[in-house]
Write a protein that binds this ligand. Structure first.
Ligand code: ATP
Length: 272
């Protein structure tokens, strides 16, 4: 909620079956789930369990979904916050929110903490920070203090997402912090088909629907765009009073989503 700026240890029902494609990322994430479930198995031989991993990839590709699925698979609570929520806070407020988040997480460990858009607080100095430097630095420092303050066997895994790993302060990437990177790319044809299948499940589709063709018609779409297409198509068909959603409804929905993406890119591009 806005009052606390983070999600307080919610129970998650999402699992890996809700995440389509991303096969390599899933394998890496499953290793981390096993650290959470059986820490002693790893520490027995003197190994140090990683505390955090960075999920790197473009918007809407399933980073949040994967982090949630990890908590769901391990059956542990999910805490989350977004770096962008800390923009424009007064000095010290961000740091105390971070301290609060980790305090609650320690009480509920084992658990997963997810920090979305970590670049908003974790940018290296002088790289067009959105926040004032003082505030960003005190929030970032608190995060580093918290990461250093628990052991790898404490049952807390911190995942952070970004699409700009290049701008991150290298202090975040040191051993014992976010020392693993998992890349989450936009889906290829096969991945898009798998994502369509996940999001078509709740929809009453015509038996003639060609899912492969839909995947072919949506190059460059992220998972979030595909979810959007499925929902739009259902609404378009319903508006026409249809009993099932047909290929033409999906095609209209694809056009609509492409139109939306183009508008968004026009607004975003001057900044790039
Ligand atoms: P952002 O960086 O914008 O926060 P993200 O990478 O965290 O994006 P999500 O929030 O996980 O993206 O994805 C948004 C929604 O898109 C998901 O809730 C899900 O409905 C859908 N989606 C994205 N990727 C996938 C995927 N691989 N499989 C199934 N659904 C997906």
């Amino acid at each position: 909620s806005k009052a606390t700026l983070f999600d307080k240890g919610t129970k998650v029902t999402i699992t890996f079956s809700d995440v389509a494609g991303l096969d390599e990322a899933k394998v890496e994430v499953m290793e981390i789930v096993d650290f959470l479930k059986n820490p002693k198995k790893y520490t027995a031989l003197g190994g140090k369990i990683p505390k955090g991993a960075l999920l790197v990839g473009p918007p809407g590709t399933g980073k949040t979904l994967l982090a949630k699925a990890m908590a769901g698979e391990a059956q542990v609570p999910f805490f989350s916050m977004s770096g962008s929520d800390f923009v424009e806070l007064f000095v010290g407020v961000g740091a105390s929110r971070v301290r609060d988040l980790f305090k609650q997480a320690r009480e509920k460990a084992p658990c997963v903490i997810f920090i979305d858009e970590i670049d908003a607080i974790g940018r290296a100095r002088g790289k067009n920070a959105i926040m004032s430097n003082d505030e960003r630095e005190s929030t970032l420092n608190q995060l580093l203090v918290e990461m250093d303050g628990f052991g790898g066997d404490s049952g807390i895994i911190v995942l952070a997402a970004t699409n700009r790993p290049d701008v991150l302060d290298t202090a975040l990437l040191r051993p014992g912090r976010f020392d693993r990177q998992i890349s989450i790319d936009k889906p290829d044809l096969k991945g898009r088909e798998a994502i369509f299948k996940v999001h078509l499940k709740p929809i009453k589709i015509s038996s003639k629907l060609d899912i492969h063709k839909l995947a072919e018609q949506t190059p460059g779409f992220a998972g979030a765009d595909i979810a959007n297409v499925c929902n739009e198509a259902a609404l378009i068909a319903a508006r026409k009073g249809k009993e099932t959603v047909e290929m033409e409804d999906f095609q209209d929905a694809v056009d609509r989503v492409i139109g939306g993406l183009e508008k968004k890119n026009k607004i975003i591009s001057p900044d790039e």
